[in-house]
Design a protein around this ligand. Sequence first.
Ligand code: B1M
Length: 211
Amino acid sequence: MDYKSIIMAVIEGEEEQAAELAQKLLSYGAAPLEIIDYGLIPAMAQVGRLFKDGEIYVPEVMMAASVVSFVIERLKPLLAGEISHKGTVVLGTVKGDLHDIGKNLVALLLENNGFKVVDLGADVPPQAFIEAVAIHDPQIVGLSALLTTTMPQMAATIRAFAEAGCRDKVKIIIGGAPVSYGYAAEIAADGYAEDAIGAVDLCLSFLKEAE
Ligand code: B1M
């Protein structure tokens, strides 16, 4: 299967073309998750490299990001998950951070693995996570960050849970490109996942533990 064309379409911000190419790949037998893994994610990695090297600027990055979201929206119905919920995850990108593509992928895969996901979006302050936990009673809270400057908001969110007296109520997991196992340990998160599949495995393992 050739993913080069869809990768180029994302990088060039060609929304309709990317959606058509995704459709074509599906008709050749590609699974929706393969299109995400071999097409959309590598395209964003390439966009990141071009941005870092000063070959493209924020508007082009935003265009590429919106193409990815557009294609994912179209693949979503093909990834129908279970209807009964195994557990609930409150998910968000931390305060000050607007990156939401990775977080949206985590939400998508969790939903497709039977979780109810309460997605708080991006730029979420600690208090909003705490309020969502009070309302939705999840087993797990997932924090995403893509900037080294917003990673400390993960620690701040965990501290806010402790200060509000509800740290023990939930498992808190973290993820995002600059985050690591070491950082999770440092801020006393309950877990770290490198990618969306890893986040699903981690959440499933917490539910198993609680049984
Ligand atoms: Co920005 N940005 N960005 N950006 N951006 C990065 C992150 C950067 C690495 C680019 C670079 O310099 N090479 C750099 C950060 C450097 C650093 O902190 N060290 C950067 C910068 C500097 C910035 C701005 C400051 C730029 C500026 O304005 N001068 C600015 C900050 C805005 C803000 O947030 N306050 C900014 C803005 C933007 C856009 C708005 C233009 C856009 C975001 C659009 C959107 O998300 N809706 C954007 C994008 C798209 C990127 C890159 C190019 C791509 C990110 C992405 O979507 N990757 C990125 C470069 C890169 O990562 N290569 C970059 C694809 C996605 C599938 O991967 O998000 O890593 P990722 O998610 C993965 C895993 O990390 C993991 O699973 C996902 C799927 O496998 N994961 C989790 C993520 N969350 C998880 C949570 C979990 C578990 C796993 O559990 C809860």
